[in-house]
Design a protein around this ligand. Structure first.
Ligand code: 8YV
Length: 316
């Protein structure tokens, strides 16, 4: 259709893949390193637009190998895998898919919250193992309503989580780079201060170099042996070794994780812990939300192709 050369980086939802192939004759970048390098040497100068997902992105080297790149269209709200600094320097537009996934990611955070505190998954395993019959009643859990909850990163998703937890009568505080003007929640000056003042710390901060390891050993210690950690953001925001060490030593009550440092690989240590709920990065993974993300991704591409500007540019 439109006359722009489009490169597909990494797998995409079938509907998106088919659409960019049909409408733009998009070409898929080879996944394996030798073919990929040869492909880029031969065709790197051809492409004006890259369509990718948060999982793959257009990193530093790939962006350098695409000297005529003008736009990166990212499926997903997170864009930590794309070199946005280089993009800004070269005037390359980067779009993501904000807002349309807030509900589902926030729902996932609440699901993890309830599961970890009330031990829902552990209780399910208990029934399936036949322990109810052989061992009797399941051990008591922790009350989920009315808890002190700290939200790290009060962006669109953080706010959607906070709104939901208001319905559970939770006392909400938060830490962001800057205080948010239009909310009544208590602002904590640092992640440690936030963790020290809450029972459950929910990580909703964007990934990337600026937030890497923000939840470190000191934050986990401040949360303490009765505290819980939930992460629906990026694995990189949490020092996973420190988290594993705290859980193994009983210095943290439990964790609910949808994201991991080296996903889809999950540390063996987590697997052995009954007080940890592990999800395969499914936060936005519903038919409805993925369809909305696909639509917004394609709308950004269409907008770039017809006007030269994307609709939802990232605010790096
Ligand atoms: C997606 C996500 O699974 O939007 C994000 O940042 O992490 C998820 O919604 C992912 O981006 C798709 O690659």
């Amino acid at each position: 259709m439109e006359n722009i050369a489009v490169l597909q980086v990494g797998p995409l939802m079938p509907a998106v893949q088919e659409s960019i192939r049909k409408d733009y004759n998009a070409v898929r970048l080879p996944d394996a390193a030798p073919e990929r390098e040869e492909f880029l040497r031969e065709y790197g100068t051809t492409f004006e637009v890259a369509v990718t997902s948060g999982k793959f992105g257009v990193g530093t080297e790939l962006m350098r190998a695409l000297p005529n790149l003008r736009a990166v269209i990212n499926f997903g709200v997170g864009y930590d895998t794309t070199d946005v600094a280089q993009a800004a320097q070269r005037g390359i537009a980067v779009s993501n898919t904000p807002d349309v996934l807030n509900d589902c990611v926030a729902d996932t955070a609440v699901a993890l919250y309830l599961d970890v505190l009330r031990k829902i998954s552990a209780a399910d395993r208990y029934v399936r193992r036949g322990d109810w019959l052989s061992k009797g009643n399941f051990p008591l859990a922790t009350k989920a309503s009315g808890r002190k909850v700290g939200i790290l990163g009060l962006g669109r998703i953080g706010r959607a989580i906070a709104r939901r937890l208001e319905g559970f009568d939770c006392d909400i505080s938060y830490h962001s780079r800057n205080p948010v003007a239009d909310v009544a929640y208590r602002y904590a000056a640092s992640p440690v201060e936030l963790a020290a003042g809450c029972d459950v710390l929910i990580v909703a901060a964007a990934g990337g170099a600026g937030s890497a390891g923000l939840v470190d050993a000191a934050v986990i210690d401040a949360l303490g042996p009765d505290g819980y950690l939930i992460n629906i953001a990026r694995g990189s925001v949490v020092d996973e070794d420190a988290l594993v060490a705290a859980l193994l030593a009983g210095r943290l009550a439990g964790a609910g994780l949808d994201v991991f440092v080296d996903e889809p690989k999950v540390s063996e240590d987590f697997l052995s812990l009954d007080n940890v709920v592990l999800l395969p990065h499914l936060g936005s993974g519903t038919n409805e939300t993925r369809a909305d993300m696909a639509e917004l991704t394609l709308a950004n591409l269409r907008s770039y192709a017809t006007t030269g500007a994307v609709l939802t540019a990232v605010q790096a």
